[in-house]
Structure formats: C-alpha cells, structure tokens
Design a protein around this ligand. Sequence first.
Ligand code: GLU
Length: 282
Amino acid sequence: MNLRDCVKDKKRIVIKVGSSSLQHKETGGLDYIKLEVLVREICNLRNMGKEVVLVSSGAIAVGKRAVHLGKDDDPIAVKQACAAIGQARLMMTYQKIFSEYNHVCAQILMTKNTIVDPLNRFNAHNTFSELLKLGVVPIVNENDTVATYEIKFGDNDTLSAIVAALIDADLLILLSDIDGLYTDDPNKNKDAKFISVVDELTDDLMQMGKASTGSNVGTGGMNTKLQAAKIATVAGADMIIANADDMRIIHRIMDGREYGTFFKAHKDENFYLADYVENMGH
Ligand code: GLU
C-alpha cells in the first residue's frame, strides 16, 4: 500500500500545534477561526473513531497578552507567571469550542519527571489510556509554571514526540508555519527543494536541521522537528510535518493526500523512553 494511503488506517494520532499557528501575527491575539477549525477537525477524527491527543503550545503567549506584556523576552519568573495565566485561558477556550461539538477535552501538563520517574510514567500512561477509553481528547503542554531548566523538555516538538512514544501512537502530525522539510532554507535559497518523504533520518539530514531557525514565537525550529522525528520514528510512529496555515490540512492528510513531509517509522526495540528523556540535553 502507498505510504500516504496508510495514513487512513491510523488509529491513535498525536497532533502538535505551535503558538505561532494559534495567534494573529500582528497582535499576538488568539486566532479563534483557526482554533475553531482545529477543534472541528479533531472532533471529526473522533467521530471517525480515531483516538486523538492534542499537544498545544500557547500558554506563555496567551498569558502575556492577558496582562498586556509586550513581545520582549521576559525573565523566567515572568514567563512562568504568564504560563499560569495563559494555560487556564487557553484551556477555557478549547473547552468551550470542544463542547460546541459535543466533545470533551482534558488537560495534561508534563515535565521530564513525568517520564523519567517510573511511578509518574506509569500514572501518566494510565491517565492517557483512561481518557482515550472515555473518548476524551487530552490536551498536553509542558508544565511551564513549575518546570525549571533541569526538568524542562524545552519545546513542544520534542514533547509531542515523547507523548507519541509514551502512548504508542501510530502517527504524529506536527503543524507549524512551514510546509515541511526542504533541502535548504527556502527563505534564503530559491533552489531549495521540498522533501516529500524521509525514509531514514540520516546524519546529513539532522545536520541540515541545525542550520535552520524557524518561527520566533514558539521555541521550535527545524532542528527540534527533526529531533522529534527521530524519537517518534524509533518509537514506531510515522510523523508528518505540515503547514498549519489552513487547519483543514488535517483531514487532507488523513485522506492520504500528499501534504507535508512524511517521516517513515523504523521501530527500534532497544529504544527506552525514560533513558532517552533522562539523557536529553547532556
Ligand atoms: N510550552 C510553551 C507554551 O505553551 C511553548 C513551547 C513551544 O512552543 O515549543 O507557551
């Protein structure tokens, strides 16, 4: 079967959406139209019988706006305070839209400890399983309010791949402000070619990601997306990076159409998630 056709049969899907894809560029305010379409797409997947987990950024950005802070880089305590304000606001908005479609969502906030500590990991795994069994859509973010450098994942690209590994998802969709992977930065090099399928994440490809910058609202550039691809694919999930400009891209991808860059899963039986997370950044 064609790679893209296989997508139709995916049962457990993690969708990650970045802050820049949820905000109006000019003002930083939430783009309700985009949020609405995102939630509608997810509810539609639920109605098709798929299990869906959403990893959503935006806590800090939404919190900053709520207390009228500008775009400057704030000290960590201010960011954490903003995350506390923004996370609640973001969830309130999600809950409101999910309930309009008669679906239920839930909040899961994680740190590295959630994965590294065996009891925490066991509990987190059980909570995800129960929520999915109940037909609920878990919405995940890093617990920015309490996370310090030592226990921080740092970006939601990585977090979403770790969630995919934790719950044995079969597909991870990373929605961002880029179409997918190019042979070079398309903003700087007109000859950069789009890569539709990545069979194997070679060292050359990983190096290519390091050179890129990406959006300035969230924390992930192409590098973190390729790191995420590494985790997701060795954990046994296919991954697709696609552009969140039009959230309806979700059903187009799920229809098996050629959008974004597809990274093929290569399950590594020796991949141990807790060890990986513990050694991250060392
Ligand atoms: N966890 C952060 C937030 O919700 C965003 C991290 C990221 O964008 O990668 O604001």
